[in-house]
Design a protein around this ligand. Structure first.
Ligand SMILES: Nc1nc2c(ncn2[C@@H]2O[C@H](COP(=O)(O)OP(=O)(O)OP(=O)(O)O)[C@@H](O)[C@H]2O)c(=O)[nH]1
Length: 375
């Protein structure tokens, strides 16, 4: 039963939160419209207006309401890149319905006056100040015109003074409603701006917390998170996972001989090359200083070594501003297989030891770690 209700509401209102809100708001026009219909039926029963007029009014207004419902429900506004709840056209339509009912209702017309300010409320959440001001003015002029025409045409049933007083009250309450709506609209814009600034700030904080500012690579903390995630996935799918610690060779010489900024450029160039040479599912992170951790899912140690050899070859070709053109950027690396989620730190330690062996063996080479049981 509950599932049936949910699917009915999804059918009528849609499933996305925004669409549901907009469609429900559009359907809110129905109760006042049905009241107007009831009032017109009452006026017909009392001989104030012919039944055919009531029938036409009911038909036209219902068709209009259904058309707006269908337009909002189908997302026409979103597709046409206009205000998606179609508030302004719906409000114009509602004002025209109210004004024509006012003209038809005879002695019951004053009951309709409260609807005009109410219609303005529908624009509070969707319209910019200029649009809602224009709509308020439209409503005031429209009702002024209808009232003036009624007073001129049948002064007995629509005394000019009564119509003028009604119009004055209506114009005042609509203007006041417009002022309040304007304030709410400004508040809404400020809140939207603050919300955007907050999400930008959160995104900046997220980047600062997870990225190394110099190279844009994941930092050490984020790399550990990534390794934890990759190890979990590798264990679930029973696939190999390899980590590699890569340390640039004789980096101090670059800093000391060619300046810290040149050193920074080398780090950036290396990060670019490493990212370019690896697959999208691999991860390169800055482990610290001139040290980098590679996380290579679904990769054997042989494949990891081949991949690092390729990166080493490309690095040797890098030309960095501030370094002599014959300078070969190189690194030493240690490769270790990660045996599961409980083997993260030990695998990195094994890779670290292998990397130091590569340094001791003369640099510019890649060493495999000893398997844990034969250490
Ligand atoms: N330019 C720059 N230098 C850095 C950065 N982080 C660390 N370093 C420097 O990197 C150098 C690392 O030097 P060492 O640990 O002696 O390593 P190395 O000179 O590469 O020697 P080997 O690893 O033995 O080949 C130090 O001088 C650090 O100051 C950085 O962000 N930018």
């Amino acid at each position: 039963m509950a599932r049936r209700q949910v699917s009915w509401s999804a059918l009528v209102l849609g499933t996305s939160h925004g669409r549901r809100t907009r469609v429900s708001q559009s359907l809110l026009a129905m109760p006042p419209l049905l009241l107007i219909h009831a009032l017109l039926v009452l006026a017909w029963r009392q001989g104030v207006l012919p039944g055919a007029t009531v029938a036409w009014y009911v038909a036209v207004t219902l068709v209009g309401c259904v058309a707006f419902y269908a337009a909002v429900r189908s997302g026409l506004g979103e597709r046409a890149r206009v205000e998606p709840s179609l508030s302004a056209p719906q409000m114009v339509f509602a004002m025209l319905c109210t004004a024509s009912a006012y003209a038809l209702c005879g002695p019951y017309r004053s009951a309709l006056l409260c609807l005009m300010p109410l219609i303005l409320c529908f624009g509070i959440f969707a319209l910019e100040s200029r649009a809602s001001r224009a709509l308020a003015n439209f409503g005031i002029v429209l009702m002024g015109g209808v009232m003036a025409a009624l007073a001129a045409e049948s002064p007995q049933s629509h005394p000019a003074l009564v119509e003028a007083a009604s119009w004055a009250f209506l114009a005042t309450s609509m203007t006041m409603m417009q002022v309040l709506s304007d304030r709410l609209s400004r508040l809404r814009s400020r809140l939207t701006r603050q919300k955007n600034e907050l999400s930008q700030a959160l995104e900046r904080i997220r980047l600062l917390a997870t990225r190394d500012t110099l190279t844009g690579l994941l930092n050490r903390r984020a790399a550990m998170d990534e390794l934890r995630r990759a190890a979990g996935q590798a264990a679930r799918h029973e696939r190999p996972l390899v980590v590699a610690l890569v340390d640039l060779d004789r980096f101090k010489q670059i800093n000391d001989g060619h300046g810290h900024q040149t050193g920074d450029r080398v780090l950036q160039a290396f990060a670019d090359v490493a990212q370019r040479e690896l697959r999208a599912e691999d991860c390169v992170s800055r482990w610290g200083g001139e040290e980098f951790l590679f996380i290579l899912p679904d990769t054997s140690e042989d494949e990891a070594c081949a991949c690092l050899e390729r990166v080493l070859a490309v690095c040797a070709e890098i030309i960095v501003d501030g370094l002599p053109t014959n300078w070969r950027i190189g690194f030493s690396a240690g490769v270790a297989r990660c045996l599961g989620p409980a083997d993260l730190e030990p695998a990195i330690e094994r890779a670290d030891r292998a990397m130091y062996r590569a340094k001791l063996a003369g640099r510019g080479r890649i060493h495999r770690a000893q398997p844990p049981e034969t250490r």
